[in-house]
Design a binder for this molecule. Structure first.
Ligand code: MTE
Length: 329
């Protein structure tokens, strides 16, 4: 694999991206789709057949029952625990994919608090162990599509972010949510390199944050998150490029104006606020039409066609009705 490296993500050379005309990819359909968009909140029979994933037995177990949120499962085989935990983007621990697994051991995940502030009636600071118990944990197998045109399938454990949002009672001024992540140079060697303006910040529109698919995530493969995957808590927004999913969150802020986000601040022409997965809107430097599935790297491995909203269009498409997705990329 050859990579070009410049400002912005480390990304595949365009020559490695198969032109759309070449592939004949199997179309992947979301489970429960047959029930129709209106019925998606009910778990379909397909969801009930979702395989329980085996725990790797490396970290503390995190019990999580099967999710009742329709569309929370995909049929694709989950990526191996080893790939999910050794092929990471977590620039606070270095910019190479192998750096986070090597360097994130210095991250201290206890004590840990998450401050909730801004336009809410009940601001406060949650201890991570209280946050873990706020709502029942669920397992959700989601596709994760990185803007660099690779993807994984991850059995996350967590609960809908909406569970927390409802409890803090946002006011009418809460139009957006900003996520602020840890930036501690003593624990994070990558902070010394000025590759981004730390802390890493991300944001969502209020309706995106409230959407049941948006997961406040504490674990994967039935165990607590390994540090390199964003311990002790991160957000997963499965229909958006992976960089919208901030790791190791310390603050959640409810605001009136669209908040600053790290990659949009760094390279606004390349990374928009919305960053919905969209095979029809290419990154200025590479195509988004197809993706490489991590773990399928053999000589004859086919690139997969990228799905609109990463395959979650039936669930989230209406959030963007009438919006020009080229303008709001
Ligand atoms: N969060 C923080 N704090 N720092 C980062 O560098 N990288 C993002 C996102 N969250 C990042 C982050 C990117 S680009 C991606 S693709 C996903 O995390 C990767 O998550 P994973 O390593 O668990 O697959």
């Amino acid at each position: 694999m050859h990579f070009l490296k410049d400002r912005g993500f480390v990304h595949p050379r365009s020559a490695e991206i198969t032109p759309p005309a070449v592939y004949r990819g199997r179309r992947q359909l979301l489970q429960g789709l047959a029930a129709g968009a209106a019925g998606w909140l009910a778990a379909g029979p397909a969801a009930a057949q979702a395989l329980p994933v085996a725990r790797p037995g490396k970290l503390a177990p995190l019990p999580g029952g099967r999710s009742s949120v329709g569309g929370a499962y995909v049929t694709d085989k989950p990526t191996s625990y080893s790939d999910i935990t050794h092929y990471n983007n977590y620039y606070e621990f270095g910019t190479d994919k192998s750096d986070p697994a090597q360097n994130a051991g210095t991250l201290r995940t206890r004590p840990w608090t998450v401050a909730v502030e801004g336009a809410v009636k009940k601001p406060g600071t949650y201890d991570i162990d209280a946050l873990l118990k706020l709502a029942p944990m669920e397992e959700r197998i989601y596709r994760l599509r990185c803007v660099e045109a690779w993807s994984m399938v991850v059995p996350w454990v967590g609960y809908s972010l909406a569970e927390l949002i409802r409890r803090v009672e946002p006011t009418g001024n809460a139009k957006f949510v900003q996520f602020v992540t840890l930036a501690d140079p003593r624990q994070m060697p990558g902070i010394a390199s000025r590759v981004l303006d730390w802390p890493y910040v991300e944001g969502l529109r209020m309706d995106e944050a409230m959407h049941p698919l948006t997961l406040l995530t504490f674990g994967l493969y039935g165990e607590v998150l390994p540090n390199q995957d964003g311990a002790p808590v991160r957000v997963i927004v499965p229909w958006k490029y992976g960089f919208k999913s901030g790791k190791s969150i310390v603050k959640i802020r409810f605001v009136e104006q669209q908040p600053k986000t790290s990659w949009n601040t760094e390279l606004p022409d390349e990374y928009g606020f919305y960053s919905n997965v969209n095979p029809h809107v290419d990154h200025p430097r590479w195509s988004q039409a197809t993706e490489r599935r991590i773990g399928e790297d053999g000589l004859f491995a086919k690139r997969r066609p990228t799905l609109m909203f990463n395959g979650y269009e039936p669930q989230v498409g209406q959030l963007y009705a009438g919006m020009d997705l080229r303008k709001y990329y």
